[in-house]
Design a protein around this ligand. Structure first.
Ligand SMILES: Nc1ncnc2c1ncn2[C@@H]1O[C@H](COP(=O)(O)OP(=O)(O)OP(=O)(O)O)[C@@H](O)[C@H]1O
Ligand SMILES: [Mg+2]
Ligand SMILES: [Zn+2]
Length: 369
């Protein structure tokens, strides 16, 4: 595969963006009415579409077809065919400037920017400045930016993006139209991975994709990079075994198996099971994390069954079914103690030449009679 998946499958128009419906709808409607804002702030977790939508928005601003054809403009999407759209897609558009505030904290860029925004766009309608990781700017750079945000020229659009909203000064925030990006759900990620694999003509097991999506924790970019890794190492078949081998992730059924023994209090079988997992070369840290996460959910559902509606965003239905069954029989105090011990064991495992030992001790302490 010549091109990394996450670049090849980056959405080119709003309709292709997964999730983030509130955001795409608002942008589309304002584009349809020809009322773009002059400063946006996109914030939310990594790999959820901030840069992607920033680029689509730049195309909407510059698209020549939209400017020539009022009927087309009402669609609120870029045409993806005109020179402006194509140049932006290839990353060569001079009037769309992407600044990465993380790499040099932006002092020179923002100084240049102040000069730069005074000049008119070279060929197109707007100058668009996308400032990524905007929370990394220095105070001086923020101050310079603030001045320009106070009275942005008509031909300028700012799109600020960040994963750390709290670190952006309130004075900046208040001058922008804000959009909160959310993590993508497990199902949304699986569906996108399925469609990528279909185009690439690569076969797969659904559980393998669920595992990847689970690990990606709401980030589509992470899911796509993991998929890329597996394809490059294992070729044209994505199986649970391949995912486990490469990502060191233990199959969810093994997590369930282990937790089943723990919840039922079977000390002997729990130790055998753990020993077995360790012998098979699984990553013990990951396994501890998986069990902790599973028991945390068991405890939550035990105490508040309505949390199921939250978990459905992050887990497959079959997994939730198992968790529910365990929640029905789990004991609150025992589960809390087990969780505490597992968390302590996790930090001890890091400094132990035999990471399995603290893990075993945690189990013994809790399950011994
Ligand atoms: N909502 C989404 N819909 C479709 N694809 C997405 C979405 N979010 C992310 N992706 C995929 O992940 C890749 C990276 O997304 P993007 O660069 O937009 O993330 P980001 O939110 O800017 O992340 P970061 O905070 O790390 O910069 C995209 O090229 C695309 O393939
Ligand atoms: Mg980004
Ligand atoms: Zn266009």
């Amino acid at each position: 595969m010549a091109l990394a998946i996450y670049r090849k499958y980056r959405p080119k128009k709003l309709a292709d963006v997964i999730g983030q419906e509130n955001i795409t709808t608002i942008i589309k409607n304002s584009a349809a009415e020809g009322k773009l804002a002059h400063a946006y702030l996109f914030y939310g977790p990594r790999g959820t579409g901030k840069t992607t939508i920033a680029r689509i928005l730049s195309k909407i601003a510059e698209c020549e077809t939209r400017q020539k054809d009022p009927e087309f403009a009402k669609k609120g999407e870029p045409c993806n065919k005109c020179q402006a759209c194509l140049t932006i897609d290839s990353g060569q558009m001079l009037d769309v400037v992407e600044i990465d505030a993380a790499s040099n904290r932006g002092i020179d860029e923002i100084r240049d920017l102040k000069e730069n925004i005074k000049t008119l766009p070279s060929l197109y309608k707007y100058k668009v400045f996308i400032i990524d990781e905007v929370h990394m700017l220095t105070i001086q750079a923020f101050n310079a930016l603030l001045k320009t945000l106070e009275e942005p020229p008509q031909h300028v659009i700012f799109i600020l993006a960040t994963t750390e909203y709290e670190k952006v000064p309130a004075t900046i925030i208040s001058r922008t139209q804000r959009f909160h990006f959310r993590k993508l759900t497990l199902q949304e990620i699986v569906t996108k991975l399925e469609s990528i694999l279909k185009s690439e003509k690569i076969s797969h097991h659904k559980e393998a994709l669920e595992m990847i999506a689970y690990l990606a924790d709401g980030s589509l970019r992470d899911a796509e990079s993991l998929l890329d890794q597996i394809i490059s190492l294992r070729g044209a078949n994505i199986t649970v075994q391949n995912v486990e081998d490469i990502l060191g992730k233990v199959d969810f059924s093994k997590t369930i198996g282990m937790c089943d023994l723990l919840i039922k209090g079977d000390l002997q079988k729990s130790l055998e099971y753990l020993y077995d997992i360790s012998n098979q070369g699984y990553n013990m840290f990951q396994f501890n994390k998986d069990i902790t996460e599973y028991l945390r959910r068991v405890l939550s559902l035990h105490l508040n069954p309505s949390l199921e509606t939250m978990f459905i965003r992050e887990l497959a239905e079959s997994e939730i079914k198992e968790i529910k069954q365990h929640a029905a029989i789990a004991d609150t105090d025992k589960t809390i103690n087990l969780l505490k011990s597992l968390i302590t064991a996790y930090s001890q495992m890091k400094y132990n030449p035999f990471p399995i030992v603290p893990f075993e001790v945690a189990i013994i302490e809790n399950l011994k009679k």
